[in-house]
Design a protein around this ligand. Structure first.
Ligand code: NAP
Length: 246
């Protein structure tokens, strides 16, 4: 389905991003696995993909850094000649109540989750405009829609990702580029592993489908939005949350 496509996935060394990298490779894309700190794990994802006879490369870049993103994206364009799919998945949490939240914790989350997506889109979209085609998929969160106590920085970043998605979708639509966001609910990764069993149970009880989702549930939605079947969908936020926020 994605044969011959070049897909860049940020934060693909683990969690949801690694599941997205594996899924897009399964569909035939050559995947650029971006990481920041987890080099070994990024290489393990690459080895797994190559073990199935599929194609992947690993590239380090801190998405919160504008200049590094320029080097990263230009490097991919130089190497592969195009970018068909850009998945802005890299994200962090620095949870805490607003009254006690440091400026650093606020800035780090905004710089990674929101500005990180701006940085890569800023450089990849120029190439997509030349190609007159492209798919951009940004990882938001249900928390960006509903808010969540203790996550003012994270919720603001994800609400920002939704705004960025909608504005960019309008700017790029006339050139055949679609831009959508996915809003996962609670997905089993290291990000949610830090929650206590009590919080996990209470959260699962709020989810109409009854359980946390798996990284593959999000990866399947990404593969759909990246596919030809989704050609007429842009500027949307697709919830993958078991019905948590409707
Ligand atoms: P995770 O397991 O903590 O993985 C985060 C990934 O982001 C890692 O691959 C990490 O790479 C990468 N990353 C962090 N900072 C980076 C930076 N500055 N530059 C490049 N990469 C960076 O998180 P996850 O649960 O898979 O979450 C993935 C995305 O889904 C995030 O945007 C998150 O906000 C969103 N999300 C998750 C959930 C959930 O329930 N898990 C729900 C809603 C939304 P390194 O380790 O290599 O640094």
């Amino acid at each position: 389905m994605l044969d011959g496509k070049i897909a860049v996935v940020t934060g693909a060394s683990r969690g949801i991003g690694s599941a997205i990298a594996r899924k897009l490779a399964d569909e035939g894309a050559t995947v650029v696995i971006n990481y920041n700190g987890s080099e070994e794990r990024a290489n393990a994802v690459k080895a797994e993909i190559e073990g199935k006879g599929q194609k992947a490369v690993v590239r380090k870049c801190d998405v919160s850094d504008f200049a590094s993103c320029e080097t990263f994206i230009q490097g991919v364009i130089k190497e592969f000649g195009r970018i068909d799919i850009l998945v802005n998945n890299a994200g962090i949490t620095r949870d805490g109540l607003l009254m006690k939240m440091s400026e650093e914790d606020f800035d780090q989350v905004l710089d990674t989750n929101l500005k990180g997506a701006f940085h890569t889109i800023r450089f990849a979209s120029r190439q997509m405009l030349r190609q007159k085609s492209g798919r951009i998929i940004n990882m938001a969160s249900v928390v960006g829609v509903s808010g969540n106590a203790g996550q003012a920085n994270y919720a603001a970043s994800k609400a920002g990702v939704i705004g960025l998605t909608k504005a960019t979708a309008k700017e790029l639509a006339s050139r055949g580029i679609t831009v959508n966001a996915i809003a996962p609910g609670f997905i089993e990764t290291e990000m949610t592993a830090v929650l206590s069993d009590k919080v996990k149970e209470a959260t699962a009880a709020q989810i109409p489908l009854g359980t946390f989702g798996q990284p593959e549930d999000v990866a399947n939605a990404v593969a759909f939005l990246a596919s030809d079947e989704a050609r007429y969908i842009t500027g949307q936020v697709l919830h993958v949350d078991g019905g948590l926020v409707c």
